[in-house]
Design a binder for this molecule. Structure first.
Ligand SMILES: [Fe+2]
Ligand SMILES: [Fe+2]
Length: 507
């Protein structure tokens, strides 16, 4: 008997999949010509995209169907702009300048050879040393090789990369630093002033640092430690009364993604807010920054599948795209990737590839950027990165213990060190020719995520924002003792330099 169905015939299904070198199980075909006959065309298209081996099982078909329905369900929640809503920002011209030279997209040259590492560290040393050499000081920087030859006991400033830091059995601190020519052991006595010993605790491996002191019997006696740091400035304000909203770590696809809460945020940004002042604030939003982990991805951590409701990464991005498309078009959206996104796990990361973002075609207000990214919004120099360097820094700097609940403290240290991931090797970093994780310029705004905990600071005129998450607490986080702060939306008013935090996290 021939199976005649409204959608496709058995033979057609089998041959369509065979063309793509896929063998389909008979019970999988039953499923396709049975209940889901009308959708077979679309299902086959999705199976071709997601099949990871040559066989198409009934399980794969069922999973594909359930993901597709999930996406359709979400797509049907259309968030429409409120009638008689006239957002003030609509009349303000957008002003976005993306500094592509900061972005690794299309510039990755790493081949995994030893020279890549050498070039990477050389670039880091040169860039950070340049900042330290330009710091105003009575002492110019002396090359370590010159110092060793002729400058015993004379005060000098040296600059180098930290090779190793250790505490001797007598309680002194020894830091080996090196530059292109040589290395030098630097010494901080256990009897040194408390402030110096405390500062020594902040030194981490692989960072570039300056020391003031003198050479004595082959040891450099450290009197002061100098970090590259950012200069002290006034907070930069803009004339137009516009605002910037910040989100990250939506983790779409995870069963813990807070869909209802996020929909409430979308309604708000479309002018649907109870309080008139919230509606007014929504109307001022001209820019929306998205700092990565927009989806939960797949295969990111062991047994992740058990925690996913959408197991197909394409579907996860489809849902994300629908959400972004429901943000009013007068709002410029900047989207960078995180470690859960469909780009390489190591930083720096290129922007999300086209295959996942096709839905944005024609949306001139949506800008895809790498991680890290640097751009100007209405003249405000903004550094956006996902924040992978957070955990290694927090684990290696005693003053950052407990920073999980104050992630902004780690970002301030990154500003001081002028680097987003100074300790090499604890979180994956690709040794590119240029160190993209070095902070080349001084930002007015710093936006990051990854920690799933909101945090804010102002440091030397720079506003630091961690935008938390839109995922509720997972079983894993609970086990780790982490308590995320989901649904907290920071909005920065650019004219006044103030932050408003709106709470969408409740039931
Ligand atoms: Fe995340
Ligand atoms: Fe992350």
């Amino acid at each position: 008997m021939r199976w005649e169905v409204a959608g496709m015939e058995r033979e057609e299904i089998v041959s369509r999949l065979r063309e793509r070198k896929l063998l389909v199980a008979p019970d999988a075909v039953d499923h396709l010509v049975g209940e889901h006959a009308g959708e077979a065309e679309e299902i086959i298209k999705r199976i071709i995209e997601r099949a990871s081996g040559p066989f198409v099982s009934r399980e794969l078909v069922e999973e594909t169907v359930s993901d597709m329905h999930e996406a359709q369900k979400i797509k049907s929640i259309v968030v429409l702009q409120q009638a008689n809503y006239t957002p003030a920002a609509k009349d303000v011209e957008a002003d976005v300048k993306i500094h592509d030279e900061w972005d690794v997209t299309g510039k990755s040259t790493c081949t995994g050879h030893v020279e890549d590492f050498v070039n990477y560290f050389r670039d880091r040393l040169a860039r950070e040393s340049h900042l330290l050499k330009n710091r105003p000081s009575d002492l110019g920087v002396t090359r370590m090789s010159a110092l060793k030859q002729s400058m015993q006991k004379k005060n000098a400033r040296i600059v180098g990369m930290v090779w190793e830091k250790r505490v001797t059995k007598n309680g002194h601190t020894l830091i080996d630093i090196e530059d292109e020519e040589t290395s030098l052991p630097c010494f901080i006595s256990k009897d040194a002033p408390a402030a110096l010993k405390e500062a020594a605790n902040d030194i981490v491996s692989d960072e570039v640092i300056g020391f003031d002191g003198y050479l004595s019997n082959g040891l450099f006696i450290v009197k002061e430690i100098i970090w590259p740091d950012i200069p002290i400035r006034e907070k930069k304000l803009v004339e137009d009364d516009i605002a910037i909203a910040f989100i990250s770590d939506l983790q779409i696809g995870s069963r813990y993604f807070m869909q209802e809460n996020f929909t409430r945020f979308l309604k708000f940004i479309n002018g649907d807010a109870e309080k008139p002042q919230d509606r007014e604030l929504a109307g001022k939003i001209k820019y929306l920054c998205v700092a990565g982990d927009v989806v939960d991805g797949i295969g990111i951590y062991p047994e992740q599948e058990k925690e996913l409701v959408t197991k197909d990464v394409y579907t996860q991005y489809e849902i994300f795209s629908e959400y972004m498309k429901s943000v009013p078009e007068h709002i410029q959206i900047l989207i960078g990737p995180g470690n859960h996104d469909a780009v390489r796990i190591a930083q720096p990361r290129p922007r999300l590839p086209n295959e996942f973002t096709k839905a944005f075609e024609g949306y001139s207000n949506i800008h895809l950027v790498g991680d890290p990214a640097f751009f100007e919004l209405h003249g405000l120099r903004t550094m956006m990165f996902h924040g992978d360097g957070f955990f290694s820094l927090a684990a290696n700097m005693p003053k950052l213990s407990g920073a999980y609940t104050n992630p902004e403290r780690a970002a301030v240290e990154m500003l001081k060190k002028r680097h987003l991931s100074p300790i090499y090797g604890e979180n994956p970093v690709v040794p590119e020719k240029t160190d993209f994780l070095f902070l080349r310029e001084v930002p007015d705004l710093v936006h990051f995520g990854h920690v799933h905990h909101n945090g804010y600071a102002t440091y030397r005129g720079t506003t630091v924002i961690n935008s938390g998450t839109w995922q509720s607490t997972t079983a894993y986080q609970l086990k780790q003792g982490h308590l995320p702060t989901p649904g907290q939306l920071p909005i920065y008013s650019a004219r006044t330099g103030t932050l408003n935090i709106l709470d969408f996290g409740g039931d």
